[in-house]
Ligand binder design. Structure first.
Ligand SMILES: Nc1ncnc2c1ncn2[C@@H]1O[C@H](COP(=O)(O)OP(=O)(O)OP(=O)(O)O)[C@@H](O)[C@H]1O
Ligand SMILES: [Mg+2]
Length: 247
């Protein structure tokens, strides 16, 4: 099953939010696991008042100790917790000093992120050349560059795109906010917008665990995440099913 890696280049355009929304919106019956692989530390444990263990630190330990760790063993599911509402999450330590080493190790063993029959949505945080996020994006079935549509972030994306395109085979552009049109972004970046994620503070607060929502998937943020999930689910390669059947 596919591994989707979301990342930013600068600012805080909403990578963690998008990754969580995408995992939650993945079409049934395929289970999804969100993996927080941000070297600067995870946010979800604080948002949801959860421990960070088991999580990416334990996943990194399996990558280090178990050379035979394969997709069939699905260590990422063994290192996942379940959010209220049922979403599986593999959380990063909250601080950079503890997260960086673990994420670096996982980025060099991306096979530990794959689970047969499940989709992995990875929050890789901010990407710099040769960073763990760059390794993860290169290993992804689809890598999603998340950019807020402000001038600074669009300029940064424009400058980084040529190098990114050489390192990432399948790259999609996700734009958060609505200050510019898709056509303007496409003209500036020379790349179409795969999905626009609207500004939706109520859904963002819901995903942070701060408030309830009666019908979250009717709200703009999760509705657009669902459109993206449907699109990715219909186009991403079903790689692990083939690997598993090969034995
Ligand atoms: N579509 C949105 N509408 C409204 N608020 C949003 C949206 N996406 C994210 N937010 C809010 O903006 C803040 C930053 O979002 P988030 O943590 O997802 O960004 P990030 O890119 O992961 O940042 P960082 O690089 O710090 O990890 C959070 O408070 C989040 O709830
Ligand atoms: Mg984040």
């Amino acid at each position: 099953m596919p591994m989707i890696v979301a990342f930013s280049l600068s600012g805080a355009p909403g990578v963690t939010t998008l990754a969580l929304a995408l995992a939650a919106a993945w079409p049934e019956p395929v289970p999804s696991v969100l993996v927080e692989a941000d070297t600067s530390g995870g946010d979800l444990a604080a948002w949801r008042r959860m421990p960070t263990s088991p999580g990416v630190a334990e996943l990194a330990a399996t990558a280090r100790t178990d050379e035979t760790a394969t997709a069939a063993a699905a260590p990422v599911l063994g290192c996942a917790q379940v959010l209220a509402g049922g979403q599986r999450v593999c959380l990063a330590p909250a601080t950079a000093d503890r997260a960086a080493g673990a994420v670096d190790l996982v980025s060099h063993h991306p096979e530990v992120l794959r689970a047969p029959g499940a989709v992995g949505v990875v929050d890789a945080g901010r990407l710099a050349p040769r960073s763990p996020a760059a390794h993860l994006a290169a290993a992804a079935d689809v890598a999603l560059l998340v950019v807020a549509d402000d001038l600074a972030q669009l300029k940064r994306a424009q400058a980084a795109l040529p190098a990114l395109r050489t390192g990432v085979e399948k790259l999609g552009l996700v734009v958060t906010g609505a200050r510019t049109s898709d056509a303007q972004v496409q003209e500036a970046l020379g790349m179409p917008v795969l999905q626009r994620i609207p500004t939706d503070p109520r859904s963002a607060a819901f995903l942070r665990g701060e408030s309830g929502l009666a019908r979250p998937f009717r709200r703009p943020l999760l509705r657009s995440a669902r459109r993206l999930a449907d699109e990715l689910a219909s186009t991403a390669p079903q790689a692990s099913a083939v690997e598993v059947s090969r034995g």
